[in-house]
Design a protein around this ligand. Structure first.
Ligand SMILES: CC(C)(COP(=O)(O)OP(=O)(O)OC[C@H]1O[C@@H](n2cnc3c(N)ncnc32)[C@H](O)[C@@H]1OP(=O)(O)O)[C@@H](O)C(=O)NCCC(=O)NCCS
Length: 159
């Protein structure tokens, strides 16, 4: 079940981050603390009892009549991957975007087949490539975009 990510989760996030994004500037605990408290950001958690097993974050940016969302991260503990938690986290982020009727952008490593497939199946398409986006690895990123939902679809989702 999805809940809010809390400042006291920051150290555990940083530990998972170091495993999952080694070589791509994993965030330290302080970065998680400040991002999860920033007013335009929404961070979510998945837990197994009290243990944090996944986290995800999104920001809502731009003018209210043309908002844009940017997915910051989605990550699941390797021991818990492949059980639907990543999708569950993504849907929580997309619910935020749909509430604002915002289009959504993200970057993903071009060799991250699992994440790319997850995004494709949930309405994203590739719109660009950013060379050497990740550092220090120098890996390339695809930019992916999901269009804003229409007013009718947004109302239906909120009903
Ligand atoms: C990407 C990640 C968050 C997915 O989380 P997960 O809990 O393993 O994924 P789920 O079990 O919810 O599966 C979601 C979708 O991912 C895709 N997927 C999952 N495992 C896959 C695999 N082995 N091969 C290809 N696609 C796969 C499928 O599209 C799946 O959708 P489906 O259930 O409709 O088939 C997880 O692999 C992860 O933390 N990876 C490392 C961090 C990362 O790369 N994050 C993304 C940064 S942009």
């Amino acid at each position: 079940m999805i809940s809010d990510l809390r400042p006291r989760d920051a150290a555990r996030c940083a530990a998972l981050e170091a495993i999952l994004f080694a070589g791509d500037s994993p965030w330290p605990a302080d970065a998680f603390r400040s991002e999860m408290l920033a007013p335009h950001n929404h961070y979510f958690a998945v837990r197994d009892d009290e243990t944090l097993i996944g986290y995800a974050g999104i920001s809502v940016l731009g003018p209210t009549d043309h908002p844009e969302c940017e997915i910051h991260t989605i990550a699941v503990d390797p021991a818990y991957q492949g059980r639907g938690h990543g999708r569950e986290l993504l849907l929580a982020l997309l619910e935020v975007a749909d509430r604002h009727r915002a289009e959504v952008f993200l970057e993903v490593r071009t060799d991250n087949d699992t994440a790319i497939e997850m995004y494709r199946r949930n309405g994203f398409e590739q719109v660009g490539v950013r060379k050497r986006y990740y550092q220090p690895s120098g890996a390339d990123a695809y930019t992916m975009r999901r269009p804003a939902v229409g007013i009718a679809a947004a109302k239906e989702q909120l009903a």
